[in-house]
Write a protein that binds this ligand. Structure first.
Ligand code: PLP
Length: 420
């Protein structure tokens, strides 16, 4: 361990709220898909700061935009105009098929704003004398963020329970269970909300049947269909938005992570019709949609378009998936491979093995992450190459070979191949 790391660990233990269990690595810089720690060790990044650094590190276009814009204007508040919110909204509405945007600072804020919009819209369209619909139908095993509204709609007790009581009016539906959705959908529901691909929940895509049932129910009743594409949106799956694989159009979409290449920026996208529920003063933010973050987001989208990154992500994602399926063939500890584009999961049959795999890959110079207990999650920068994937898969192969199933697994289930 380097002296710098040792010092920072001791300081943090004394000074920070104890919210994170970090790996003992002090990262100092990055370039392309590589990171370098305080001892000079090189890593290949298969996590992108949890789905944020889509263009990797030190990308020349991003550096240039930050340099130029920071010398002009970093912040101005939402009391005045700057050139970039409208330009960015123009790009986001064009790629999403939606009409309007609101900019904020993070994923949780984008989702939170979407929830407020759902309640405000229900009030806006409620007929005289009728109480507006307030019920929110959300998914089990979901994750939407840490603020109270987002937390209240997150379908995992471990996140919610320490902070109860939460925002009322939320009912959870079993993810991908159409019968459960239909049973719980009543005339008091103002929105159905879900991640098109559950991220923290282990890379689980919504089924076509479920999403189309959610769309039909909401369309018929006038409730909103809200999609959380904070992790799966903006090119991660090989299309601009994951819902574009399904051929449906939502009423509200929340995005954030890769939007501004690591600067904090999120957005709610919605339709003209829904936006009429808001008027000045009902919602806002000090920092959200500042000139620096928006200028960088414009650069991100321009670069993704210019470099043909969506097709590249789809191709590389398919290659990665095939390589993971080969691992599944060879190692009985691998229960399932799930993926869409460069959002991939290798589901193992033991929590301990998943922990060991993350740790040993880190030691071998590969950054990945474990989620939903047994799932190895891969969210590499979009610029990852087949060669990088080969190196990581070879390392993972060795890790799975040196940690064979009988020695450490507690439960075994037959291996199965996923379709998606
Ligand atoms: N929604 C999804 C699907 C996420 O993956 C996350 C973060 O991991 C969030 C919401 C919350 O985003 P943030 O951490 O930026 O508040």
């Amino acid at each position: 361990m380097s002296r710098a790391l040792d010092r920072v660990m001791k300081q943090e233990a004394r000074l920070l709220l104890p919210t994170y269990e970090r790996f003992p690595v002090l990262f100092e810089r990055g370039e392309g898909v590589h990171l370098y720690d305080s001892s000079g060790k090189k890593y290949t990044d298969f996590l992108s700061g949890i789905g944020v650094n889509a263009l990797g590190y030190a990308h020349p276009e991003i550096q240039k935009t930050i340099w130029e814009q920071s010398s002009k204007l970093i912040h101005i508040s939402n009391l005045f105009f700057h050139p970039y919110q409208a330009e960015l909204a123009e790009m986001l509405t064009a790629i999403s098929g939606l009409d309007r945007a609101f900019f904020c600072n993070s994923g949780t804020e984008a989702w939170e704003g979407g929830l407020k919009l759902a309640r405000a819209y229900a009030r806006h369209v409620s007929h005289n004398g009728h109480a507006p619909r307030t019920q929110l139908l959300m998914m089990e095993n979901s994750f939407h963020g840490r603020t109270f509204g987002a937390l209240a709609t997150t379908g995992q007790k471990k996140y919610r329970e320490p902070f109860a009581p939460l925002v009322p009016g939320v009912t959870f539906v079993r993810f991908n269970d159409v019968a459960d959705l239909k049973k719980k959908f009543t005339s008091s529901v103002c929105a159905i909300g879900l991640e098109t691909i559950q991220g923290e929940g282990g890379i689980r895509p919504v089924s076509r049947e479920f999403l189309s049932a959610a769309r039909q129910l909401t369309k018929r009743s006038g409730a909103l269909l809200m999609l959380d594409e904070i992790q799966c949106g903006l090119g991660r799956t090989g299309r601009w938005f994951a819902y574009q694989h399904y051929g449906i159009q939502p009423d509200v979409v929340a995005i954030a992570k890769p939007l501004a290449a690591g600067l904090p920026l999120g957005a709610i996208l919605t339709t003209d019709r829904v936006s009429r529920a808001l008027h000045p003063g009902m919602h806002g933010t000090t920092f959200g949609g500042g000139p620096l973050a928006c200028a960088v987001a414009i650069s991100v989208i321009r670069t993704l378009k210019k470099d043909g990154m969506l097709a590249y992500v789809a191709r590389t994602g398919e290659y990665f998936r095939q390589r993971l399926l080969e691992l599944q063939e060879r190692h009985p500890q691998v229960r399932e491979v799930r993926s869409l584009g460069l959002m991939l999961a290798l589901d193992l049959d033991s929590v301990d093995l998943a922990k060991i795999a993350v740790k040993q890959l880190l030691e071998r110079g590969f950054v990945i992450n474990r989620t939903n207990d047994t799932v190895l999650r891969f969210l590499p920068p979009y610029i990852i190459t087949e060669r990088d994937i080969d190196h990581m898969v070879a390392a993972l192969d060795r890790v799975l070979t040196t940690n064979p199933a009988p020695a450490i697994t507690t439960s075994r289930t037959p291996a199965k191949r996923s379709k998606q």
